[in-house]
Design a protein around this ligand. Structure first.
Ligand code: UDX
Length: 427
């Protein structure tokens, strides 16, 4: 194991793919800068240590709340590892007070976009001004203080009853880490980063997109990737395939999946489709239950996988569109490859991402319709064969070049700044 003598960092990710993956990517980058790394993780959804021979892994606790992680756990870790810095996902905001008890310096990593974090401040103001709870959850009115969003785009879980969300945001706003890291990049959300900088007056480091910066190291997925889809893509024409993946958390009813199958088959387009085992356990059996023509359309033009090598798929020249729920990692991965999008948000930050994609960056079609075959066929054809889709594709290609240019140098400066900040901490 290398870098065992470098300054020791403990990274604490929540056990969700969309959080774990960027944390492991960040760990990979920090390890390459000379830090010794320990990943303190839950037993549930634990990462596979054999994929990361350079890191220590410490199963830590089982739950997701402050009642299941105590200062005793924390003291155990601290004494096991001797002196440490700790770097945790903002999802685990309660770690801040535990770290303070032990006088451990903390840095927070926010795995959603900077604009999403800005909405925490905005929502706190909206609450004091009496806007919350919302009278109309579908309101298209622009949010005062953050006019790029409409009220319906706010990442509140339950727009009618925002209590839990506001509790969580006030906890998040009250923590006082030494610095905050964002998996974002220059040229995307500059005004949000500047506003956050003014509000927080601490170091903010936009070090993304981490999937690219850590790309020389593989095997960061906590799920196993299905074989075959890259060779299948190799046989397809340029920009002809739609990639369909609606997140690692959202799950679908079989009825909705059947509508998707019909809509995709009727669209006449080729597609790679991720169907998680939690959604349909036995895909072959489910396919048998479909009508003959839909089954034929799906098997002739589609490639179904349980888990795709997503960054590789999006970088493949045969892929011309993405239908996604738009978690932040998927957002960054598709922007980086210049892929236009059908954006179907489910909850939380996904609403913010979709507004950015469709309204600010203009590379996506916002699609909030119910899962019905005719609607699906229509939106797929709009993206893949119509003029509107072609324009989005052109804009996505332009944006790809813009962000690659803007990121060139700025993210590595931010990373160097982060390293300097960590090394300057006096224990
Ligand atoms: C969750 C939340 O849903 C999201 O809103 C938040 O921004 C991050 O945490 P998730 O639903 O997992 O994220 O979506 P996303 O952020 O897009 O992360 C999914 C990751 O899984 C991506 O890195 C993607 O490349 C990867 N993935 C997904 C695969 O590698 N293969 C797949 O088949 C599907």
């Amino acid at each position: 194991m290398e870098n065992q003598n470098g300054p020791h960092l403990v990274l604490i990710p929540p056990p969700f793919h969309g959080h774990m993956t960027p944390m492991l990517q960040l760990a990979t980058v920090l390890h390459s800068k000379g830090f010794s790394i320990t990943i303190a993780h839950t037993h549930f959804n634990s990462p596979d240590p054999s994929n990361h021979p350079n890191f220590n892994f410490l199963p830590f606790f089982d739950g997701l709340s402050s009642t299941q992680i105590t200062s005793k756990n924390f003291v155990d870790i601290a004494s096991t590892l001797n002196c440490l810095y700790n770097l945790y996902d903002g999802f685990f905001h309660f770690i801040d007070s535990l770290a303070k008890e032990l006088k451990l310096p903390s840095i927070v990593f926010r795995t959603t976009c900077a604009t999403n974090f800005l909405t925490y401040h905005v929502c706190a103001h909206l609450q004091t001004k009496g806007y919350l709870p919302l009278q109309d959850c579908k309101s298209l009115d622009l949010v005062p203080e953050l006019e790029l969003l409409r009220f319906k785009d706010l990442p509140i879980f339950n727009l009618r009853n925002p209590h839990d969300f506001l509790h969580c945001t006030s906890k998040n706003l009250s923590i006082t880490p030494l610095a905050v890291i964002f998996n974002t990049m220059q040229g995307l959300e500059d005004s949000s980063v500047i506003q956050l900088q003014q509000l927080h007056k601490i170091n903010l480091f936009p070090v993304g997109p981490l999937h690219m910066i850590a790309n020389e190291f593989n095997n960061i997925s906590i799920m196993r990737e299905s074989d075959g889809c890259i060779s299948w893509l190799n046989s397809k024409a340029r920009k002809s395939v739609l990639y369909v993946s609606l997140g690692s958390i959202a799950s679908w009813e079989e009825k909705e999946l059947t509508e998707m199958a019909c809509g995709l088959a009727n669209s006449g387009q080729s597609f790679v489709w991720v169907i998680l085992p939690e959604t349909v356990n036995n895909v072959s059996e489910w396919l048998e239950s479909l009508s003959e023509d839909v089954k034929l359309g799906v098997t002739e033009r589609g490639w179904i996988v349980k888990w795709a090598p997503q960054s590789e798929v999006l970088a493949h020249e045969a892929v011309g569109g993405f239908w996604s729920h738009y978690g932040w990692n998927s957002t960054l991965e598709s922007l980086w490859e210049g892929i236009p999008i059908i954006c179907q948000p489910h909850f939380g930050d996904q609403r913010v991402n979709v507004r950015l994609l469709s309204h600010v960056w203009k590379v996506g079609l916002e699609w909030c319709n119910v899962m019905e075959r005719d609607e699906i066929e229509k939106v797929v054809r709009t993206l893949m064969v119509n003029q509107e889709g072609e324009e989005l594709r052109e804009r996505a290609t332009e944006l790809k070049h813009e962000i690659r240019l803007a990121t060139n140098g700025s993210s590595s400066d931010a990373l160097n700044g982060l390293v300097k900040c960590i090394l300057s901490i006096k224990m």
